[in-house]
Every structure is written in structure tokens, then in C-alpha cells.
Design a binder for this molecule. Structure first.
Ligand SMILES: Cc1cc2nc3c(=O)[nH]c(=O)nc-3n(C[C@H](O)[C@H](O)[C@H](O)COP(=O)(O)O)c2cc1C
Length: 206
């Protein structure tokens, strides 16, 4: 007997530090999606969230290519998925490719392009969570193939493909390994491994 979506969601938010804003406790990256489509209003909303992310020099270098189910763009993105992403991500009603312009307005290198895209993508996933949607970012796709399939200029760096939709039941995933991943505990490094007062020396955060 596998866990239901609501049981997994409860376990997953329990794992996140108490006291954090509920949106951080609720967000995780499911792989099971319902057929249910995302409304145009909700889709606009998640991109509005991305739009209001901070960026270096307010350059807003991010560009998103969005494909809704049955569109040529959705099919093109699906055709580039790699490995086990092929087993679940095609079911997401929306697939989004995040890219960012590595050249600033003066034509000089913007070293923060990918950083800014990451911030905008994080905003997008949090707004999706607030709307009751699920978002799952993926790096597992053929970068050369997606660039070709979607005509992405060479000066744009690729970020992730984001699967967006309503979370489905873990038991509807295609196979046991996927179900096991969907229901297994989450893992995070302790703060002592990531916050230092000097290199390698953990900050005392109590
Ligand atoms: C840049 C990036 C690439 C990722 N690539 C994949 C991927 O190819 N396939 C996949 O199933 N999950 C992928 N993930 C999801 C991560 O595995 C997931 O975010 C991580 O395990 C933490 O889990 P959580 O998002 O549920 O907290 C990716 C996430 C990010 C941010």
C-alpha cells in the first residue's frame, strides 16, 4: 500500500523546520500530476511572480518558453527529456523552459544571468505552491536538442525545464522506483555544513 498524496504532503511539510513560512513547508517537487489543466489566469500568475524577482542591475535576463499539453512546444520539450524524466514529466500539463540572456543591454557579459534565472524560477515555484499547484524543476534534458527544437539563441544560457500542474496520487506513477522516490523522506544537509563564520567553521546558530 503506497501513501496517498495528502499523506505524503503531510509528512513532507512535517520534515521542514517548524516556524518557517508555510509556503516553504508546503513546497516540494512531486512527479505525479493530474490530467487537470492549469488555468490561463494561474499560468499568468506564476510568471508574474517570476517577473518580480530581484536581478543584477534589474536586467531581468530570464526568458521562459511555455508549452501547454498538446501544443507543439510541449511536444518539443517532451522530445528532449532525458532518463527517468521521460517516465513522468510528459504527464505534466505545462512544461516550461527557463533561459537567460548572458549579454546585458550594452552587449557585455552578464555573469549573473543564470543566478537571476534561478531566483525567478524559485519565485515561480513558490507562487505555484501558493496557488495549490505543483512545480518540479529538471536539469535532465538534452540541452543541444532543446536549443534546436525551440530556437534558443546561443547567447542565452539554459536553466531548467519546469513541470507544472496539479499534484496526482503517488500510486499513479508509471513504476515502483518512481513511487518509492515520491514517498521517501526528504534529505537536507545540516546548517552546520552550509553556514560558516570562517571557511569550514560552522556558525553558531543555536
Ligand atoms: C536545477 C535542478 C535540476 C533538477 N533536475 C531534476 C531532474 O532532472 N529530474 C528530477 O526528477 N528532479 C530534478 N530536480 C528536482 C530535485 O531532485 C529536487 O528539487 C531535490 O531533490 C529536492 O527536493 P524538493 O524539491 O522536493 O525539496 C532538479 C531540481 C533542480 C533545482
Amino acid at each position: 500500500m503506497t501513501l496517498s498524496a495528502s499523506e505524503v504532503n503531510e509528512l513532507r511539510s512535517e520534515e521542514v523546520a517548524k516556524g518557517l513560512h508555510p509556503i516553504f513547508r508546503r513546497r516540494w517537487s512531486p512527479r505525479s500530476f493530474l490530467e487537470q489543466e492549469v488555468s490561463p489566469a494561474d499560468l499568468k500568475h506564476v510568471f508574474e511572480a517570476a517577473r518580480w524577482a530581484a536581478s543584477s542591475g534589474n536586467g531581468q535576463p530570464w526568458r521562459f518558453i511555455v508549452g501547454v499539453r498538446n501544443s507543439a512546444t510541449h511536444k518539443r520539450i517532451v522530445s528532449t527529456l532525458a532518463g527517468f524524466n521521460k517516465e513522468w514529466a510528459p504527464n505534466a500539463p505545462v512544461l516550461i523552459l527557463g533561459t537567460a540572456n548572458t549579454l546585458n543591454a550594452r552587449g557585455a557579459l552578464n555573469a549573473y544571468a543564470l543566478y537571476d534565472l534561478g531566483a525567478a524560477s524559485a519565485y515561480l515555484t513558490l507562487e505555484a505552491t501558493a496557488l495549490g499547484l505543483a512545480a518540479h524543476q529538471m536539469g535532465g534534458f538534452d540541452h543541444a536538442a532543446i536549443r534546436k527544437a525551440l530556437d534558443i539563441p546561443d547567447s542565452y544560457v539554459l536553466g531548467s525545464v519546469i513541470a507544472l500542474g496539479y499534484q496526482g496520487e503517488p500510486g499513479t506513477l508509471a513504476n515502483e522506483p518512481l513511487i518509492a522516490r515520491e514517498t521517501s523522506p526528504r534529505e537536507r544537509k545540516p546548517l552546520s555544513e552550509m553556514v560558516f563564520v570562517a571557511w569550514g567553521e560552522p556558525a553558531n546558530l543555536g
